[in-house]
Design a protein around this ligand. Structure first.
Ligand code: AMP
Ligand code: MG
Length: 397
């Protein structure tokens, strides 16, 4: 049996990053992966500017509280004022360039406007309320590294230096299908013995959230012929094929046999709960990953292993999740023979509660939880102990 750590290493070893790139308009960059580092040609902010609505002054003119200065100009955001006349103040607004000669901005709450004059009620500190040119970005600096995934902040950062289009990796094509004679699509009648195909919605949701191009091939019956035919089609259309179910060693489990017939396969039994068997292989030019059918196992193994694999395939540089030490508010007294990933949620006091039913069929636990407690082999927990917690913010999207 492989350890969970070895499984992740094996998968990442086999993940070849995409090389094909395209240029997209910045408005279409959300969720895409940057293919080349981006250097700023600009300094941001371009000029020293005011952090407040108030008055720009020379320090030498406001040596004492109560100083009264005539207001010699008004500077709004978007215009450049003139050099500040000695012995005067400039009315200034947030974001407006600080005029040459001024060395502090007083917020208007600390001043009293009196006709054409302003009275300074509080002495400023040197440089107060001035945002310095280049305090965010210097011209020539790298603002984004290759392999960065574009979230909202990265979009804004690229826009702040005027980038209108961006080189990104082509979208990774991921095909998926779901094996099981018992599966029915929501909307259709459920006969005795059948269940709804929940993995389709969990896994396609996860794949879509990563920004992959999804090819959803639906349900495949438990026969070798059907599995083989769908696998061949999926491998033609996609870079990566992902399936759920049919990877145990039951009589109706044909996934491994189909991959074996059409390509190469490695079967990995993983020493973890939930989710023992994971199948990896190649069919034509596509990578294949077969996940367990149990809904919680499929969800957890996708988050822990398939997500980093897909991210690396997409060209993302930083694909590993982090775990944090968090205090438990539960007891775990049955030491397991396998590493366990327990569905848990942070309470308002910051401590972790466990979902009461940790069975790999109970999908409610995943919707309820906000992360996974990572318990080592033989580990037990008492309330107040610190445990390894992987929040879903590290595992989803
Ligand atoms: P299998 O790995 O095919 O033996 O399936 C293991 C368990 O997961 C069985 O109880 C299946 O009914 C269930 N299962 C398999 N595929 C799905 C699916 N797509 N949605 C919900 N449950 C599934
Ligand atoms: Mg099955």
């Amino acid at each position: 049996m492989l350890s969970a750590t070895q499984l992740l290493e094996n998968l990442l070893d086999r993940a070849r990053g995409l090389t094909a790139t395209e240029t997209v308009d910045i408005t279409a960059a959300l969720g895409r992966v940057l293919a080349a580092p981006q250097i700023s040609s600009l300094t941001v902010p371009p000029l020293d500017n005011s952090a407040m609505d108030g008055y720009a002054v020379r320090m030498v003119d406001v040596a004492q509280a109560g100083a009264r200065l005539p207001v010699s100009q008004r500077i709004l955001a978007g215009v450049v004022g003139e050099s500040l006349l000695p012995g005067t103040a400039a009315r200034i607004f947030t974001g407006a360039p600080v005029p040459p000669g001024a060395d502090a901005v007083l917020m208007q709450e600390d001043c009293t406007a009196d006709g054409e004059d302003v009275v300074i009620n509080k002495l400023p500190r040197m440089g107060e309320n001035i945002r310095r040119a280049g305090e965010d970005i210097k011209a020539g600096a790298q603002i984004l590294a290759a392999g960065t995934r574009f979230g909202a902040a990265e979009m804004g950062l690229a826009a702040s230096v005027g980038l209108a289009s961006l080189p990104v990796f082509k979208r990774l094509k991921v095909a998926c299908f779901f094996t099981g004679d018992e599966l029915v699509t929501p909307g259709a009648h459920l006969a005795p013995g059948q269940i709804y195909n929940s993995n389709r919605y969990t896994l396609t949701g996860l794949i879509n959230d990563l920004g992959c191009e999804l090819i959803d091939l639906g349900i495949v019956p438990d026969t070798l012929e059907a599995t083989e035919a769908m696998l061949a089609r999926a491998a033609r259309e996609a870079d990566v094929v992902i399936t759920s179910g049919g990877v145990s060693v039951g009589e109706a489990d044909y996934v491994k046999a189909a991959v074996e017939k059409l390509g190469q396969v490695e079967m990995w039994k993983v020493a973890m709960k939930p989710g023992k068997p994971v199948v990896f292989g190649q069919v034509e030019h596509a990578d294949f990953i077969g996940l367990p059918g149990n809904p919680v196992s499929a969800f957890v193994t996708f988050c822990l292993f398939v997500r980093p694999f897909l991210l690396k395939r997409m060209g993302v540089a930083d694909v590993l999740y982090r775990a944090y030490a968090v205090q438990a508010d539960f007891a775990w007294t049955r030491p397991g023979a396998r590493r366990e990933f327990l569905r848990a949620s942070r309470q308002p006091d910051g401590k972790l509660a466990l979902f009461p039913n940790q069975s790999s069929g109970v999908l409610t636990s995943c919707a309820w939880a906000d992360g996974l407690v990572d318990l080592g082999i033989g580990e037990t927990v008492q309330p107040g102990d610190w445990v390894r917690f992987i929040p879903f913010s590290e595992l989803l999207a």
